[in-house]
Design a protein around this ligand. Structure first.
Ligand SMILES: N[C@@H](CCC(=O)N[C@@H](CS)C(=O)NCC(=O)O)C(=O)O
Length: 217
């Protein structure tokens, strides 16, 4: 019996879902998907929380189970699904790659997530310009550290010359940074890696604009 295709609950502009789409595409794994519309609050519905109790996307149904948290999902795929590896074999190198990925996933993204930005507006009462300044500040702070990491470890990719989990976090984070007009001039290594990766088929397939729920699709 063949295993069912993975089923992704995502949203075209979600950077965490974008990471998982990148992993699926990089490994050549066909999947089905359902858009959870973050603008209408579908992520908070009881139906969706049955899949991800946090009420956040992504969730991936796979191997008879449902997983949340993009990095956990990606590592599961890496351990089980075959295809090119997304972590180096050597433990110190793996730790460096995870550290780079976590600069984005644990330190930049959580303070700029939709629910956080909405809370700054209501009940805290900040206007949109202030909220955008908040987001740009934390993105710039995190990317400055990541630029230094790239100068120490980077090559054609964020760690050496081979795609890793760190690149799968970088690409969506830069997409998100550009959406709110963050100045990226101070991050030449990161933007160079990003533009090189933008030519690859797997990044094209996973791009927000290529998703069925994208208004531009
Ligand atoms: N750490 C989680 C973050 C998931 C997350 O925050 N997803 C965002 C979209 S990028 C979301 O669902 N936001 C909905 C909301 O804030 O209500 C992961 O990596 O999967």
């Amino acid at each position: 019996m063949t295993a069912a295709r993975p089923f992704l609950y995502g949203y075209w502009r979600s950077s965490a879902a974008y990471r998982v789409r990148l992993a699926l595409a990089y490994k050549g794994l066909a999947h089905d998907s359902l858009a959870i519309d973050l603008r209408t609050g579908a992520q908070a519905s009881d139906d969706y929380r049955a899949h991800n109790p946090q009420g956040l996307v992504p969730a991936l149904a796979i191997d008879g189970d449902v997983l949340g948290q993009s990095l956990a999902i990606i590592e599961y795929l890496d351990e089980t699904a075959g295809g090119p590896p997304l972590l180096p074999a050597e433990p110190l190198a793996r730790a460096h790659v995870r550290a780079a990925a976590q600069i984005v996933a644990c330190d930049i993204h959580p303070v700029n997530n939709l629910r956080v930005l909405r809370y700054l507006k209501d009940p805290l009462g900040h206007d949109q310009a202030t909220i955008d300044a908040w987001a740009r500040h934390w993105i710039t702070t995190g990317l400055a550290a990541l630029e230094t990491v790239a100068s120490r470890h980077g090559g054609r990719c964020l760690f050496g010359d081979v795609v890793t989990i760190a690149d799968l976090c970088l690409v969506p984070q830069l997409y998100n940074a550009r959406r709110i007009a963050t100045d990226l001039a101070a991050f030449p290594r990161l933007t160079e890696i990003d533009s090189r990766l933008a030519d690859a088929d797997f990044t094209k397939a996973a791009h927000p604009d290529a998703q069925p729920d994208s208004p531009t699709e």
